[in-house]
Ligand binder design. Structure first.
Ligand code: GLN
Ligand code: ZN
Length: 766
């Protein structure tokens, strides 16, 4: 073995293409503008392009089957034939159309639930357990491997979700039966692996991020036994178990698994993984995949520092048994920073997206394997850049740091809180005496049509001047205020037509943010987000939402609700500087939003919604880290809102995850009304709120906006009645379960009409 034997790998790579061709192809297909064949051609092209890219980067292990036409969790579900019985399915290979139907719903069948993948903003389609045993309907990893080999001569590393993680993501497994269910998957996994072994694949990566969650000893025992059986099924196939997002929950159990390669995250969860490695050592007969380049953030790595650290573990695991790689799949970062030519150079130079992370990985491995003048220079350069970025003057605002410090001292002395809810509630009923029982409202955005997107683009490009653009917005707002009035909605919104995105919009108006042009990341299905880059101290410069909100309010006698994105969500949906603690950035955002709330109040806006859909995803995966996070997250929200007058009604909104363990946090946020998703997950959350005596207002999200399906009046009526059986009618507001920007106008109007009609029917019963 030569010295140059430090191998490199990636656990996964973005699937959306450099220009989001992936998204475009899918959406054109769904809109019936291209055929199934054209879709396949286009998606195949992207698949091969990304493989070529990884090959050119010089990776030793190139992932295959991490690519997907929608979601890799859903791919496992269809591969196992676990199609919920509400869809018509007679067995056999699952067609792309049926796969899309599970994800997006049909007129006859509600879509499967969608939830966040661990603590990321990637949403997967939640598999449903109906007690039917899984059956292998196809061997996707094998097909992906063959494709890469045939077309590009790449000996890919098939990636699949490991059995424990897949089973943990299943919904509907009766309490205490998870390990029973896990056993039922041994057969299908064995079949997959057996075929891969026969094919001669170099190795298989089984992703088991659930190993970082809390696991009982019996879970580990079950996992051990499952892997032993997989080992027996494919005795000569190199198995690679990959963990990420945090430290593995039981290192000693993990390293005993009968597999060949073990992957650990040495970025997130570094301290615990490293301590365990040093304390317990590492098996002599296994390879260690070291995740040392941050796969979740966009900053350059100090390769010098990482190389030194790596050297420090060489005595535990010899370099010949290392694989160097990013900490997790690069699915969570954009493709390349090289195209961001419009960014100030200092910022661009500080960035590393997926392709740059591959370069870093390879550079690092080269240096470790065989240091040379050139590799040393590369490492020095990387260290120098990271250092100069850390000290970059344009990132520091001493005035903000000081003002925030003073405000925090002042507010802390008062408990960072508002007048008690009972008193606020009285003030609010006096202020809006005309509001009926079960007031209806929406979450903020209205359909963003092609016209609206075109108008924003024209303005951005300078084709339209500010007056033309504003006139356009005013026309659209006027139209939608009239539509909302006509439907009979009680609390109106201006529609958010001026916003491309709920975080980007605010970031653009605040100091401390930069914006990429191509920095897209998949959020769910074809939906991508372009997270702002929070690179420096945040400062409020001028009102951000007052003009539109006040205009909308001037058109109507009904209350118009102001619409802001909360500090924790802005933080969690941005790529955040890594030179200060996250909470410091969150408090700076809160301080800015507090100034915006004051400006809205000044303009006469009495209801203000501060959206916090992303609170949960920032939650650390380890229970022991959770309370610190929730504490500062709640404080940030309260710092933003506690300056509001008691007569102002603060709303908030959260969506798409299991909030059952967050009631306490939600209560502490102390919003007068919180609107929650209830359509996809049924009434579970309302029961939980009742059990925990939740006493503040609740907006019932009575229909799923992620699907074009228009739910019937009866369906929504039933959902409302279900909730009213649990909590008093005075607690509730009625709304869709999220913003409507992704929907088309006709279906939106139809669904909102049904929602108002359902509410009226329920009111009549009271
Ligand atoms: N106010 C936002 C909207 O309606 C909220 C979006 C969200 O929760 N993701 O679009
Ligand atoms: Zn939402």
């Amino acid at each position: 073995m030569t010295a140059s034997s430090v191998k490199t790998s990636a656990a996964g790579y973005p699937r959306i293409g450099y220009d989001r061709e992936w998204k475009k192809a899918l959406e054109q297909y769904w809109a019936k503008k291209i055929s199934a064949q054209e879709l396949e051609q286009e998606l195949d092209k992207i698949e091969l392009q990304r493989l070529t890219k990884m090959q050119q980067a010089g990776l030793d292990y190139i992932p295959v089957n991490d690519y997907s036409w929608y979601d890799h969790v859903l791919d496992m579900t269809t591969m196992f034939g676990l199609i919920p019985s509400r869809y018509s399915y007679e067995g056999g290979e699952v067609s792309p159309d049926l796969m899309f139907a599970l994800a997006r719903g049909t007129q006859d069948a509600v879509a499967c639930e969608m939830t966040k993948w661990f603590n990321t903003n990637y949403h997967y389609i939640v598999p449903e357990w109906e007690g039917r045993a899984p059956q292998l309907t196809s061997n996707r990893p094998l097909q992906a491997y063959r494709k890469a080999k045939l077309q590009l001569g790449i000996e890919g590393k098939p990636v699949i979700i490991g059995p424990y993680t897949y089973v943990r993501s299943l919904k509907g497994v009766p309490a205490g039966e998870r390990l029973q269910v896990l056993k039922q998957f041994i057969g299908v996994y064995s079949d997959i692996l057996r075929e891969l072994e026969a094919e001669g694949v170099p190795c298989v990566q089984l992703d088991e991020p659930a190993f970082v969650l809390a696991m009982k000893p019996e879970d580990w025992q079950a996992v051990q036994s499952v892997y032993e059986q997989l080992r027996i099924a494919a005795p000569t196939l190199p198995l690679w178990v990959q963990t990420y997002f945090d430290a593995v929950s039981d290192y000693e159990a993990f390293v005993q698994l009968p597999v060949n390669t073990l992957g650990l995250d040495f970025v997130h969860g570094k301290a615990s993984n490293e301590a365990a490695l040093r304390k317990s050592g590492f098996p002599q007969d296994k390879t260690l995949a070291l995740g040392v380049i941050d796969g979740r953030n966009i900053w350059r790595t100090d390769l010098q520092e990482v190389a030194e650290w790596l050297e420090s573990v060489a005595s535990i695991v010899p370099k010949e048994r290392w694989i160097v790689q990013p900490s997790c799949s690069l699915l969570h970062v954009p493709l390349t920073a090289t195209r961001e030519t419009e960014l100030p150079e200092v910022i661009r130079e500080a960035l590393a997206f997926a392709d740059e992370k591959l370069e870093e990985t390879v550079q690092l491995a080269r240096h470790i394997a065989q240091p040379s003048e050139a590799t040393r220079a590369a490492l020095n350069d990387s260290a120098a850049r990271v250092l100069s970025w850390r000290n970059e003057p344009s990132r520091q605002r001493a005035d903000i740091v000081e003002a925030l410090h003073e405000l925090l001292e002042e507010e802390k002395a008062k408990g960072i809180k508002r007048t008690p809810y009972e008193e606020r509630r009285v003030l609010h009923s006096k202020r809006w005496p005309e509001l009926p029982l079960l007031p209806t409202t929406t979450i903020g955005s209205m359909p963003q049509t092609a016209d609206i997107r075109r108008a924003r683009l024209r303005y951005r490009k300078g084709e339209w001047d500010a007056r033309t653009y504003e006139a356009f917005l005013e026309e659209e707002m006027t139209r939608w205020i009239r539509i909302q009035e006509d439907i009979g909605i009680d609390v109106l919104v201006h529609g958010e037509f001026e916003r491309t995105d709920m975080v980007e919009y605010f970031g653009e108006k605040l100091d401390g943010f930069a914006f990429t042009k191509f920095g897209w990341v998949q959020s769910y299905g074809s939906r991508c987000v372009k997270p702002p880059v929070l690179y420096g101290d945040v400062a409020f410069t001028e009102p951000m939402t007052v003009k539109e909100t006040a205009f909308a309010q001037s058109l109507t006698a009904q209350p118009v609700k102001g619409m802001l994105t909360g500090p924790v969500t802005i933080l969690n949906w941005s790529f955040v500087r890594n030179d200060v603690p996250r909470e410091q950035a969150a408090f700076q955002l809160a301080y800015a939003l507090r100034q915006e709330i004051a400006a809205l109040e000044q303009a006469g806006i009495g209801m203000i919604q501060v959206d916090e859909p992303a609170v949960k995803e920032g939650m650390p995966l380890k229970a022991e880290d959770a309370s610190y996070y929730t504490e500062w997250a709640v404080l940030a929200f309260r710092l933003a809102t506690c300056g509001a007058e008691p007569k102002t009604q603060i709303h908030t909104h959260m969506c798409y995850c299991d909030f059952s363990d967050m009631v306490d946090t939600i209560r502490k946020m102390d919003a007068d009304v919180i609107s929650l998703e209830t359509a996809r997950s049924g009434g579970d959350m309302i029961a939980t709120l009742e059990k925990q005596h939740y006493e503040l207002g609740i907006g019932l999200g009575v229909y799923d906006i992620h699907s074009p399906r228009v739910p019937s009046v009866e369906e929504m009526e039933q959902l409302i009645e279900q909730a009213l059986a649990v909590l008093p009618v005075e607690s509730f507001w009625i709304n869709p379960d999220c913003g409507l920007k992704t929907r088309h106008e006709p279906e939106t109007v139809a669904a909102l009409r049904h929602m108002v009609e359902a509410t009226k029917r329920v009111r009549q019963q009271r």
